[in-house]
Design a protein around this ligand. Structure first.
Ligand SMILES: [Fe+2]
Ligand SMILES: [Fe+2]
Length: 145
């Protein structure tokens, strides 16, 4: 079966640790989108564990580097974590459709979050470390014949 949510070249932010974490995010969300009802709880807990680590990594990096644009970014992370708790409660009541809608909402949310907020943070971290922006290596789109 083709993945419901798969890695795209433009998710790359150019920070090795963040990119590695984002590959795991995509994998967790894909698992949540494609899990059978019986496996949904396990997939949700795997995503919850991932999200706590993922967002704490970025929140700490923003705090450590005194990042000016941190507020909206930290708030978005916190909103996702609050949703995880609500979705977990819904699943405990057998409301499977809530989990499926949440998984789709995550797949819809991530590309813009990565492109704007995570890429902005990666650029800032690179500037702090090296005095320059990270190099994003991306394949060019294939020209149509
Ligand atoms: Fe991220
Ligand atoms: Fe983020």
């Amino acid at each position: 079966m083709a993945p419901a949510f798969s890695w795209q070249a433009d998710f790359v932010v150019g920070d090795a640790e963040m990119d590695e974490t984002h590959v795991e995010f995509v994998d967790c969300v894909n698992a949540l989108l494609t899990a059978d009802d019986d496996a949904l709880s396990q997939a949700l807990e795997r995503f919850a564990d991932h999200a706590r680590r993922h967002f704490s990594l970025e929140d700490q990096a923003m705090r450590r580097s005194v990042y000016d644009n941190a507020k909206c970014h930290v708030d978005e992370h916190a909103a996702v974590l609050r949703s995880v708790d609500e979705v977990r409660a819904a699943l405990a009541e057998g409301r499977v459709s809530v989990v499926r809608a949440f998984a789709q909402a995550l797949a819809d949310w991530f590309p813009e979050h990565a492109r704007v907020m995570d890429q902005g943070l990666a650029g800032w971290l690179a500037k702090c470390r090296l005095g320059g922006s990270p190099v994003r290596i991306q394949r060019r789109p294939v020209a149509q014949a």
